[in-house]
Design a protein around this ligand. Structure first.
Ligand code: CTP
Length: 396
């Protein structure tokens, strides 16, 4: 399955480095071409001779070799994926802050390929706020993080922080970098765009949502081999190839379609800016101008996300959005709980370049445990990738 794929492994100083020869063997067996870089301290944990024998390539660890320069730029360009395993606290901190004092960190900064890391550390180090903030930071650079496992640690204690087993890392490499396979045949429902609530035949209550974010998410899912249905409110945005679109106008129409489709859906992403209120009476004729003031009585619409959260079955994954202007985190977490979602994507209108109409967005994601995933301001396509990557991490 990995025939011809070029995998560069960066090993940093952690006891879990003893598992890397097994990983190299598994990757080579799958047909991958493997090269290995060690940090100076990794050499204390695993032998370069073992790794060069198994990878069938010289192992590099210094920026200079026999008076010549190790070309870190070309190494980063050679690889289809740069896998840093085990990732120590020290190397993580360097990656998060751009410190470049060895070959591994130089390759990291110059790599043009995707980077995936498998952290390994003691439980208290893993849970330390600085480690978690560094992990969030490298995630915001689009680096993928293979979750740590729970179990026996080098300290003799037991807890979170064990590096994923070589077989798990192999599976990640296969799944993650062969996108088409990743969400193959998964059925995705996405709501997008605004809704228009009719007042009379010519007027409506609407909002400024363009549908851009929902369309970018649909496109990111299609790239992973998923089957995507988008329930789209009134929007003129072009639809990417491979997305099945159901066009709706009002919140109630959107609700009816989602309710009907949800039973056969694996992952639902509720991105639409659905009207919270709709006129109680819709005039069949155009309302004529009369008195100086005029009011319309409104009733609440049905909350689609909340309804899907109520009927959700095991194995279905539900994602909500929260667009907030104040107390963003509290409101987002409240929506996550109240609507029984599995993940919520927060946009703050206070962030420059976030929200309606922009080509960029800045998000923070919360999972069911309240864990926070921070991202920098990016293009909507990159944000869509971050959202889909996080869904894959939490769901698949
Ligand atoms: N949502 C929905 N159906 C509605 C209203 C909202 O599916 N009738 C979904 C949105 O698509 C979004 C999430 O609920 O994923 C949160 O929407 P938002 O408008 O931020 O929250 P509300 O619950 O409407 O609360 P408020 O407007 O008071 O912030």
């Amino acid at each position: 399955m990995l025939q011809g794929k070029k995998i560069l492994i960066g090993v940093s100083g952690s006891i879990a480095a003893y598992k890397i020869p097994i990983l190299v063997r598994l990757l080579v067996k799958e047909g991958a071409e493997v090269k290995v870089i060690l940090t100076p301290s990794a050499k204390n944990f695993v032998s370069p001779l073992t790794l060069s024998t198994l990878s069938k390539n010289p192992v590099l660890s210094d920026l200079e070799l026999n008076d010549s320069w190790a070309n870190h730029v070309m190494l980063g360009r050679w690889a289809d994926v740069f896998l840093i395993a085990p990732l120590s606290c020290n190397t993580l901190a360097k990656m998060a802050t751009g410190i470049c004092d060895n070959l591994l960190t130089a390759v990291y900064l110059s790599a043009t390929c995707p980077v995936v890391v498998a952290p390994a550390m003691d439980e208290d180090m893993w849970h330390h706020a600085s480690t978690q903030s560094n992990i969030s930071r490298i995630r915001s650079f689009n680096n993928q993080v293979i979750p740590v496992e729970h179990g026996e640690l080098a300290s003799g204690l037991s807890g979170d922080g064990r590096m994923a087993e070589p077989e798990t890392i192999l599976q990640w490499v296969k799944d993650f970098f062969f996108d088409k396979e990743q969400l193959k045949r998964r059925k995705i429902l996405i709501t997008a765009g605004p809704t228009y609530e009719a007042i009379d035949p010519v007027r409506f209550i609407g909002n400024h949502s363009s549908g851009k974010m929902g369309v970018a998410i649909a496109s990111a899912f299609v790239k992973r081999g998923a089957m995507v249905t988008m329930v789209l409110g009134p929007s003129h945005i072009p639809i990417p190839q491979g997305v099945n679109v159901v066009r709706v106008r009002s919140a109630d129409e959107m609700y009816q379609v989602c309710d009907q489709l949800f039973e056969n859906i694996d992952i639902a992403v509720m991105n639409a800016a659905v009207a919270d209120y709709t006129p109680i009476i819709v005039s069949t004729e155009k309302i004529k101008k009369q008195a100086d003031s005029f009011s319309i009585e409104l009733k609440k619409t049905k909350d689609i996300l909340k309804h899907l959260g109520e009927v959700k079955k095991g194995g279905q994954f539900l994602v909500g959005f929260a667009l907030e202007t104040t107390d963003e985190k509290e409101y987002a977490l409240k929506k996550l709980r109240d609507k029984n979602a599995d993940m919520i994507v927060l946009n703050s209108l206070r962030d420059d370049g976030a929200g309606f109409g922009h080509d960029t967005n800045k998000i923070t994601i919360f999972d069911k445990q309240g864990k926070e995933y921070l991202f920098d301001k990016k293009s909507k396509q990159e944000v869509a990738n971050d959202i889909v990557n996080t869904i894959v991490e939490l769901y698949v």
